[in-house]
Design a binder for this molecule. Structure first.
Ligand code: GLU
Length: 465
């Protein structure tokens, strides 16, 4: 059997980070088993589904490298097929027409609630002759759910889960207006797409008991189900806006790398020993549903950030130059051209060591693209005492006579400090302030080298004034 999984988001909003984890688990599971990973856009709720949300989902998946193996299937294009299956069930006696009016259903619900029973359809048309149908009422089609015994599902994550069939009622599969219900459409689509494993959030677990009735009524092979616990915030409640970013594209905007997000999401609720750093290949090699925990996972931004710092240190500097330039180009106070690009490329190895996110990286690199005169923060300004300014002017003259390589610049600065009986730091700190406008940066001679002779000397001159 070839494993086929799917991710099935509803395009009613942005892709939530929890949805991304579901997509990731489906991808990893199918890759691990040498199978296929598909995408179905569940856009049957026409009021709430939007084209922008579809695009956002596709963009988010692409960014995370979780695009499906085939173009997405849009559930809304399959209504005729959903109806066809409902009618097949009807013909086979596994479903029936229900002529209840909305008022009758409402009364039924109210009575049940009053009597302390769960509001279930009472099956009044289940065995009634359709000839008794009241005139002018378009019927819905309901499935004949089993009434005795229990429905048991062997869940890959939750283990054996069961429900008494008296808890289930005869759900509608086709509404009186001919549109399919969601629970029915999902099963028909999963069947037709050849899905062998349904891995999704455990908020769908109760749907599963109803969905398996459709498989059984049609005599279709049931897929294996794996219901993964939802993601919670640090306070233990379901992760939501109030915990901070929740949409995938927000994480991108905040400067997280997609591979760090995927690694973090993988570890959130799945484990393999104490392995923390797992790239995609390693994840594919190790992933299986038996490593998925049953308890809700708690989202920890600090952990994600630490992981991101790791991936930033490992990232190809050329890629980070591109990413950083894009961020710097949005800042109107900067001049982002060829000079900035060259300086950034020269200094990136030092910068990427120190940043935890792309946003921090851009902040720490902005000085490279700032036109003179460079703004100074308060700590940097405090470095520029009258004595420091004198030293800087003289240092500038000494450097002006030096070959502009990092080694030569360092040697010249050391010689300069020695000749004045100054500690290197007493020269280097004002120099850092002059070149970067702050008191923190990569090694100062690397900074000098990256800025180049003309810009480096000019910044020193500015600060000495
Ligand atoms: N469309 C559903 C959702 O976005 C998922 C349905 C499923 O995975 O079966 O929550």
């Amino acid at each position: 059997m070839t494993v086929v999984t799917r991710f099935a988001p509803s395009p009613t909003g942005f892709l939530h980070i929890g949805g991304a984890r579901t997509a990731l688990f489906n991808l990893l599971f199918s890759r691990h088993h040498g199978g296929k990973y598909l995408l179905r856009i569940e856009d049957t709720d026409k009021q709430r589904s939007t084209a922008e949300a579809v695009q956002q989902i596709l963009d988010s998946l692409a960014w995370l490298d979780l695009s499906p193996d085939e173009p997405p299937l849009f559930q809304s294009t399959r209504e005729a097929r959903h109806a066809e299956v409902a009618h097949q069930m009807l013909a086979a006696g596994r479903a029936y027409f229900c002529y209840c009016t909305p008022e009758e259903l409402q009364q039924m619900r109210e009575r049940a609630i009053k009597e302390g029973r769960p509001p279930r359809y009472d099956g009044r048309w289940r065995d009634r002759d359709p000839k008794e149908a009241p005139p002018g009422i378009k019927p819905a089609i309901r499935i004949k759910a089993p009434r005795e015994g229990e429905t048991v599902v062997e869940d890959l994550v939750q283990g054996t889960v069961r429900v008494a069939n008296t808890e289930l009622d005869d759900m509608i599969i086709l509404r009186s207006d001919g549109t399919p219900t969601y629970l029915h459409a999902v099963v028909v689509d999963d069947h037709d797409m050849g899905i062998t494993h349904v891995i999704r959030g455990d908020d769908h677990l109760t749907n599963t008991f109803r969905q398996v009735q459709v498989y059984r009524a049609m005599g279709w092979d049931e897929p294996r189900f794996g219901h993964i616990p939802l993601i919670h915030g640090a306070d233990g409640s379901k992760l939501s806006k109030r915990h901070g970013a929740v949409s995938v594209l927000e994480f991108r905007e905040m400067g997280y790398l997609p591979e760090a997000v995927c690694n973090y999401l993988l570890r959130l609720g799945w484990g393999h020993g104490d392995a923390e750093i797992l790239d995609r290949d390693e994840a594919i090699r190790l992933f299986d549903t038996d490593g998925v925990g049953r308890g809700a996972a708690r989202f920890d931004f600090a952990k994600l950030t630490a992981l991101n710092a790791h991936y930033l240190r490992k990232a190809d500097p050329a890629r980070l130059v591109r990413e950083t330039l894009e961020r710097l180009a949005r800042r109107t106070e900067l001049a982002v051209g060829a000079h900035a690009k060259a300086r950034l490329a020269a200094l990136m190895p030092g910068l990427q060591e120190r940043a935890r996110t792309l946003a921090e990286l851009a902040d720490s690199a902005a000085f490279l693209a700032h036109p003179r005169p460079l703004p100074m923060d308060a700590k940097a300004r405090a470095q520029l005492t009258p004595e420091a300014k004198i030293a800087l002017r003289e240092l500038g003259a000494a450097l002006g006579a030096t070959d502009w390589s990092v080694a030569a610049l360092e040697a010249a600065t050391r010689a300069f400090a020695e000749s004045r009986a100054m500690k290197l730091g007493a020269v280097a700190q004002p120099l850092r302030a002059a070149l970067t406008g702050s008191t923190q940066s990569p090694p100062i001679f690397d900074v000098l080298g990256a800025l180049g002779r003309e810009e480096g000397l000019a910044r020193i001159e500015d600060a000495a004034r």
